[in-house]
Design a binder for this molecule. Structure first.
Ligand SMILES: Cc1ncc(COP(=O)(O)O)c(C=O)c1O
Length: 354
């Protein structure tokens, strides 16, 4: 992804929420062309700062009550940038930043596709927000940012490329409007894994953010930006019984191990709760996790009319399940078993919580 960013003339600000792991982040940094990190929780900010990250974008709307914690990080040398999309919060953030003696960098969040939060990049509200932040002594207008969440619905290249171009063009346009109104707007930050890997002209964009590319997952494969054999994260499950009434295997990996994410449900190929592989991560002809209880996974053929030949899967057989959504599946676990073939060569801790 760092290479992809370089090819497009931007730097990568990796989103660490996918892996939440210092060793993975070190690997990402080793590739070069990165600038700081993106986080989704202050816990991630604290953990990664303790592991050497100094330039941190906290990329969910900033509530004034969180400034005290940010101030502690700033006191330790971190630059923490927040995001906002609401005029009413500016006054509260200004008061909180002032109380803690900060000049807090903020980016205005843009809504480029009606998917989530953000202000309309072409609206008057954008300029009102820019003026309010620029006029607040304890705040600093650092730039604009957006996340084209609508891109996750793309299942063909043309739709994806157009989502990516829309994300870039509207963000650049917003920055130009802010500058034309007489305010600074240094950073233009965009990104998601699908749009980062799509074709788009990123002239005047300064950085891209991406996270789930770190492991990839079945949703990314369904969008077409990853191959199944590029998915780096799997859950090792064991066959612990048989569901004789419906011809399925029962494993010890239910939703507590896999998560309840059903992200492929709306895609052309529904992968249930995960795609089933052998222990060497070779997909097994059309077996998916059809159902999930808390501790039990129900593994069966994609076609519900078909039944599994139980003799092929003695009790104790180990299967690897590829996840729909890597961030959600990884979040069910406290560490990664790093493997080479079947051998665990290392165990990497991941942080958790808020
Ligand atoms: C603000 C923001 N930036 C970047 C990303 C990274 O997107 P992806 O995981 O598709 O790479 C996300 C993901 O939700 C996000 O919310």
């Amino acid at each position: 992804m760092a290479r992809v960013a370089k090819g497009k003339g931007v730097v990568l600000r990796p989103h660490v929420k996918t892996h939440k792991c210092a060793e993975v982040w070190a690997d990402i940094c080793a590739a070069g062309n990165t600038c700081g990190i993106t986080v989704s929780t202050l816990e991630e900010a604290e953990y990664f700062h303790a592991h050497g990250a100094n330039d941190i974008l906290y990329a969910v709307g900033l509530a004034p009550g969180k400034i005290a914690r940010i101030a502690k990080l700033v006191a330790k040398g971190a630059r923490v940038t927040g995001i906002l999309d609401d005029l009413t919060v500016v006054r509260l953030l200004e008061a909180a930043a002032n109380e803690h003696g900060l000049v807090l960098p903020l980016m205005i969040e843009l809504d480029v596709d009606g998917h989530r939060a953000g202000v309309d990049p072409l609206s008057d509200e954008l300029l009102d927000l820019a003026a309010a932040i620029a006029g607040a002594p304890s705040l600093h207008l650092a730039g604009v940012m957006t996340h084209a969440g609508g891109s996750y619905a793309a299942t063909d290249g043309a739709t994806l490329n157009s989502a990516a171009q829309n994300e870039a063009s509207l963000s650049v346009k917003a920055a130009e409007r802010i500058r034309a109104a007489g305010f600074e707007c240094e950073i233009v930050s965009i990104g998601s894994t699908p749009t980062a890997l799509a074709e788009a002209d990123l002239t005047d964009v300064t950085e891209i953010r991406a996270g789930v590319y770190t492991f990839f997952d079945l949703v990314m494969a369904g969008i077409g930006v990853a191959q199944i054999d590029e998915i780096a994260l799997s859950v090792l499950a064991t066959v612990i019984g048989y569901s004789r009434s419906n011809g399925c295997l029962v494993t010890d990996a239910g939703w507590m191990a896999l998560s309840r994410d059903r992200g492929t449900q709306s895609q052309p190929v529904d992968q249930g709760y995960g795609l089933v592989c052998d222990e060497d991560t070779r997909p097994i002809s059309d077996l998916i996790v059809r159902g999930c209880n808390q501790e039990h996974g129900i593994v069966g053929p994609r076609d519900p009319e078909e039944r599994i030949d139980f003799a092929q899967y003695p009790l104790g057989t180990r299967l690897r399940i590829l996840p729909n959504h890597a961030c959600a599946t990884a979040a069910q676990h406290t560490s990664y078993a790093v493997t080479e073939s079947r051998t665990v060569v290392d165990v990497w801790h991941r942080t958790t919580g808020w």
